[in-house]
Write a protein that binds this ligand. Structure first.
Ligand code: NAD
Ligand code: UGA
Length: 332
């Protein structure tokens, strides 16, 4: 096996539920699970008959015999019937994104990230689901002193979104302390990128700008750094979190490629051979200058490490974008 690939997935739950399956990470996870032989029930409130992003995300899952899709809002739907005989629930449904969380949508963040999670936890407890894997976020750490963030560090969330993600993971971990609840692994994902990444995220926008010549809005000076984590690495960690019996608690999923936004711009430029026109804008509230994962716990507990470096990951991401839009392919 080449050093830059995740080993093939050899252990996966027999039956699983993926919430947020019409989303970026959820759709990749559901697909990898089905490929590994898992029967998957995917739940998402976005309706793929009216929402083109959901339709594109679900395209590869359509018609696969191991995949069953339910369009439903976890805030209101009957969750229990979906969980019967599930070995694991992967709870990825939620409202992501740091910057819009300061606006009037905060109620939606709270409802989907905290209240819907509470409903999922109650249902998991009633149906005796043995393992819940929940999507937490690097944003729970807030501003750092430049060192790598450890799971034991005191969280200092710096945006309303981050506050809801911390509340979500802590709620799950509180349920896990009860003798009757599921065991819980809260994965703190660090800025995930790759094919079908959300259109509000930076790497998508930088690659799109490089492919189309449209300007890229840069918030701040571009020196802010992220642990950019490739989607296939994230999926591998997420499946491991469901099957390693001893796994529990918060675990960082990041640490592969620490780079600045300007580094991403340079790679996007070199991949396409086209300069990016930058529109400089002010730094956004709650946007931290640096995220950096200490990946030791993921290595020790899950046997996981990130494999895909930024250059290779961005090339795959760019090729997927170029294939979507015919005009892009001439530039790619
Ligand atoms: P996404 O928006 O593409 O996917 C989330 C999905 O959840 C959407 O399809 C949405 O319709 C669904 N959803 C939201 N509320 C729902 C509800 N009440 N009922 C049913 N479905 C609902 O986002 P993503 O980037 O794939 O992120 C997935 C998860 O990972 C989120 O919880 C996010 O906070 C977390 N996360 C993402 C990143 C990242 O870099 N993308 C990093 C850290 C954490
Ligand atoms: C990302 C996800 O959007 C969150 O949902 C997730 O929780 C978080 O990662 C995480 O790691 O936990 P973020 O790191 O802010 O959040 O990722 P981007 O949205 O891609 O933004 C990265 C940087 O690019 C930020 O500094 C942002 O201000 C900047 N940016 C973004 C721009 O300069 N221009 C844009 O058009 C978009």
């Amino acid at each position: 096996m080449p050093q830059h690939e995740q080993p093939p997935i050899t252990a996966a739950p027999r039956r699983a539920v993926v919430t947020g399956s019409a989303g970026f990470i959820g759709s990749h996870l559901a697909h990898a699970l089905v490929q590994a032989g898992t029967t998957v029930i995917g739940v998402d409130r976005r309706d793929s008959s009216t929402d083109p992003t959901a339709a594109a995300n679900l395209a590869a899952l359509r018609g696969l015999p191991g995949y069953h899709h339910v369009t439903a809002d976890l805030l209101h739907c009957a969750i229990d019937p979906l969980l019967i005989e599930a070995d694991a629930v992967f709870h990825l449904a939620g409202i992501p994104g740091v910057r819009p969380s300061w606006g009037p949508q905060f109620g939606d963040y709270l409802a989907s990230n905290v209240l819907a999670t509470h409903r999922v936890l109650e249902a998991c407890t009633r149906i005796s689901v043995p393992r819940l894997v929940v999507a937490s976020s690097s944003s729970v750490y807030g501003p750092t002193d430049g060192g790598a963030s450890l799971e034991a560090d005191r969280p200092k969330p710096a945006s309303p979104y981050a506050v809801t993600k911390l509340a979500e993971e802590q709620l799950c971990l509180a349920y896990a302390e009860r003798p009757i609840g599921p065991s819980v692994v809260a994965l703190r994902y660090f800025t995930v990128y790759g094919p079908r990444q959300r259109a509000d995220m930076f790497t998508h926008r930088a690659l799109q700008a490089a492919l189309t010549g449209q300007p890229l809005r840069l918030y701040g000076d571009g020196h802010q750094r992220r642990d950019f984590t490739y989607i296939d690495d994230v999926v591998a960690a997420t499946i491991a979190a469901a099957v390693v019996p001893t796994a529990q608690g918060a675990i960082n999923v990041g640490g592969g490629s620490n780079a600045s936004l300007l580094d991403v711009i340079n790679i996007a430029t070199s991949l396409t051979g086209r300069d990016i026109q930058l529109h400089q804008d002010h730094a956004r509230n709650g946007d931290v200058l640096l995220t950096r994962a200490d990946p030791s716990r993921a290595r020790e507990v899950l046997g996981w490490q990130p494999r895909v470096d930024l250059h290779r990951g961005l090339r795959a991401h760019m090729q997927a974008l170029a294939a979507q839009v015919p005009d892009y392919s001439r530039a790619a």
